[in-house]
Design a binder for this molecule. Sequence first.
Ligand code: BES
Ligand code: MN
Ligand code: ZN
Length: 495
Amino acid sequence: MRYSIKAGSPEKISADCLVVAIWNKGTLSDEAKQIDGAASKSISKILKSGDFIGKLGETQLIHNPAGISANRVLLVGAGDKKKMNGKTASKLISSALKVTRRLQARSVHFALNSASISDRDGNWLAARVSQEAEIASYQYDTTKSKKAKAYATQSVSLSSLSGSRRKNLEASLKRGQSIGKAVNRARELGNLPGNICTPTYLAQQAALLADRNRSITTQILSEKQMRRLGMGSLLSVGHGSAEESKLIVMRYKGAKGDCKPFAIIGKGITFDTGGISLKPGAAMDEMKFDMCGAASVVATMGAVADLKLPINVVGVVAAAENMPSDRATKPGDIVTSMSGKTIEILNTDAEGRLVLCDALTYVEKFKPRSVIDIATLTGAAVATFGSHVNALLSNNHKLAETLIDCGEEVLDRAWQLPLWEEYQSMLNSNFADIANIGGPRAGTITAACFLSRFAEKQKWAHLDIAGSAWHSGGQKGATGRPVSLLIEYLSRQKA
Ligand code: BES
Ligand code: MN
Ligand code: ZN
């Protein structure tokens, strides 16, 4: 898709579909007024009919409007003018894109110069438009015999926004495009079935990243190499599976070699049956999404290279398949992690923390400036937050605040749960240093408590994306979260 800034009055812009905002109760935006004037009041007539009132996200199409260069005008409800903010602007954009997608419009122009957003600037809006347009263009067809029709929209443009430099807006469009592509990349990896997207497949995808970007190098650790490093915890998870576990290490170099990196770690369980502590059958297919943390790390690494961020980043994926078999880990088994701590595995379905703890110890060697792990870790996170929030737990107040702020900025929000000392004793074991479950209560917190024992030396945060990483039901599919949050966080860092 091509993105550009187009100056000039809206009635003279040629496009397959021209998008203009209408405020609540049918109040015309400045662009809508201009179009209404040129198109013999065709907008006013619609508003008078009462069919369209400008409610946020509402849409109304006008075909072949006389006096207008564009083939169609799409009115989009923008809601209350005083309440226009980043969130409502985003809703306006995505509502418009739903229609242009259905229409198969070849070119779309957003005439939004007067959409005065209270809490965001023009550059944010430009990046949002391209990001949303990119995300709207994604259609999964990899494993369908009938391929989806090529996405019709080839160019998206935005009016030059008052108060913003054209050059900056163009850069923002590019940036939003990179982010949108990365989100789609994570969605695609998440959507692939477990028999295709195995640990080995994830490793190949990470290797491809290095082939395509000179600034990225990838190293894949085999089970043998992990054994030598003492990663008994990670290895115990894939022990029952015919698929080999992998530790995938991607290094992006955008700053001097001695500049300490930021680390992101993804849970890459390519299928989670629960192991011997087998899950119930209902919706078990959705456990192919148990590698969405890993997908977000791979996709973010690609975007970081694309955006040429001036920092160093190391992305690690702990990949394994959790299967029951005669070789599988059993409840009560005790393993020794790379840190030397022994773990009593009371439930083999609490496997995410078992792969992540060894990855957390592994990244210590990079002396990272911060460590963020991303994991579809607990059903309790879904029970607590539903699908709108990335659950956040951290041993560093400043890091948690920054992540909450980043999530707010890019509308990929995170909310913090406590990681208090009081919860730690729930992980006590009579037979090992720590148990891998803390009982039925406060599941998201005790899971994070477990991880915290392996992150004591780090400035660390944990994002439990069990609720946010995919949709169930008719719209079943990966969301690509929290890629945009991660990119925002890394974009704010300096060498
Ligand atoms: N991958 C699951 C968590 C999950 C479950 C995410 C459902 C989204 C929807 C994880 O490996 C798991 O099974 N966690 C257990 C932990 C429990 C055994 C302590 C859970 O949450 O039930
Ligand atoms: Mn599990
Ligand atoms: Zn899992």
